[in-house]
Design a protein around this ligand. Structure first.
Ligand SMILES: Cc1ncc(COP(=O)(O)O)c(C=O)c1O
Length: 400
């Protein structure tokens, strides 16, 4: 991984303060450019939402707003409040996720959000009762757990027994009940297959499948129309530096062809993207505090571990990693260094699970150097174990 010059420059400046360095650095230039270029290449009717669970920091919400995202995919009231504080209006929100509380649904109704994505019959009834009590009508999409599995994906959201949405096999029993609810306007489907997908054809297969479902519904249920179809997120990034990137142009071309094949022109298609937009706008940077040898392998101990950057351990992958050399004086003559070795990187926590990277080939690293983990803009701090061992929260430094 090549560390961008502005990131390296900032780290060197910060290291001069003498304080242990442990921070995220954000530069959302790439995110803004990605939103603009996706908007230009996607077929008519596609609307891009930022799935803010990837990174709820104001810099990322600001980048989504200024980059021209149509809105925000929220998954909690806390997310909604952060997005409102950045300048998004509630009618730019689409709301997905199982276990929405009555308070959250009430907020959604009272603030007139664009669509609520129904995850179960219980949720449909709860939302309908809240809307009826206020005499309003809420647009909803029905989330389907399709009978389809993308095996290569990092995380799957459909196929098998899942907590997300309603099983495809239950559609014919659930949909008529939702259509009968007086204060919900059924507007279409949400089918999110998987996250971290690099193979465009896998995601297009999901689109094809959802279009087939929409056709089926319109044929079988008089008056039901799927005006809006949400494909979720899922565009992957190349964590393993394999050189295999997600090809958004191929996705756009494939989706355009499918829209034509199904004669679905004039409809609205939501993309709720998190990782693809945010990942390459953030770096987790943590100082190497110790280097030890344990039974033939170097253990590199950093200031922050899974309390600040849990994703590599949670998904059992190494993120791209590079070292910024600080050329610190040795504390003692026999102090260990890493030179052309495959080593383990961990944090300061009292658990063997506190892994940042393993079996990673490093040319050179010394105590006092900074380990910089790339593609850390998405699901970095937001999915970490912040309270575990009560270490100080890492700084989040915004460059652009
Ligand atoms: C409902 C929903 N939408 C969108 C996303 C964003 O997915 P990604 O970061 O893969 O684009 C997620 C991720 O978990 C999700 O659960």
């Amino acid at each position: 991984m090549q560390i961008p010059t502005n990131v390296e420059h900032t780290l060197k400046q910060m290291a001069g303060s003498g304080e242990t360095l442990n921070c995220y650095i954000y530069d959302t230039t790439a995110m803004r450019e990605k939103i603009a270029s996706l908007a230009a290449m996607m077929p008519a009717g596609v609307e891009i939402f930022y799935a803010m669970k990837a990174n709820p920091h104001a810099a990322f919400l600001g980048a989504a707003l200024e980059g021209g995202a149509r809105g925000i995919e929220i998954a909690s009231l806390g997310e909604a409040e952060k997005a409102v504080a950045t300048g998004f209006a509630p009618d730019q929100f689409i709301y997905t996720g199982p276990g929405k509380s009555p308070e959250e649904l009430r907020w959604a109704i009272e603030n007139g959000i664009r669509t609520v994505h129904i995850e179960s019959l219980t949720e449909a009834h709860r939302l309908n009762a809240i809307a009826a009590a206020r005499g309003v009508y809420q647009d909803v999409l029905l989330r389907i757990n399709a009978n389809f599995d993308i095996h290569e994906a990092q995380t799957t959201f459909s196929g098998g027994s899942k907590k997300f949405g309603v099983d495809e096999e239950q559609l014919d029993s659930v949909l008529p009940q939702i259509l009968a609810l007086t204060h919900l306007n059924f507007r279409g489907l949400h089918v999110y297959a998987a996250s971290g997908v690099l193979n465009v054809d896998d995601l297009l297969k999901n689109c094809d499948l959802v279009f087939g479902m929409a056709q089926y519904i319109e044929r079988e249920y008089a008056g039901a129309r799927c005006d809006t179809i949400d494909f979720g997120g899922g565009f992957g990034v190349d964590y393993l530096e394999s050189g295999r990137d997600f090809d958004p142009q191929a996705y756009a071309d494939g989706l355009r062809a499918l829209i034509g094949r199904y004669s679905f022109e004039g409809r609205t298609f939501f993309l709720e993207l998190g990782r693809y937009l945010a990942a390459d706008s953030g770096w987790f940077c943590t100082e190497i505090l110790d280097i030890k040898e344990s039974r033939g392998k170097k253990q590199v101990i950093c200031a922050g571990g899974i309390n600040h950057f849990r994703r590599p351990a949670a998904l059992a992958i190494n993120h791209p990693l590079a070292i910024v050399h600080m050329h610190r004086a040795k504390l003692f003559d026999a102090q260990l260094s890493v030179r052309g070795e495959s080593v383990y990187f961990g944090g300061p926590l009292c658990t063997g699970a506190d892994k940042l990277a393993n079996d990673v080939a490093i040319d050179a690293a010394d105590i006092g150097d900074i380990a910089v983990f790339g593609l850390a803009g998405a699901y970095g701090l937001s999915m970490s174990n912040l309270e575990f061992l009560s270490h100080e929260r890492p700084d989040e430094v915004v460059l652009g």
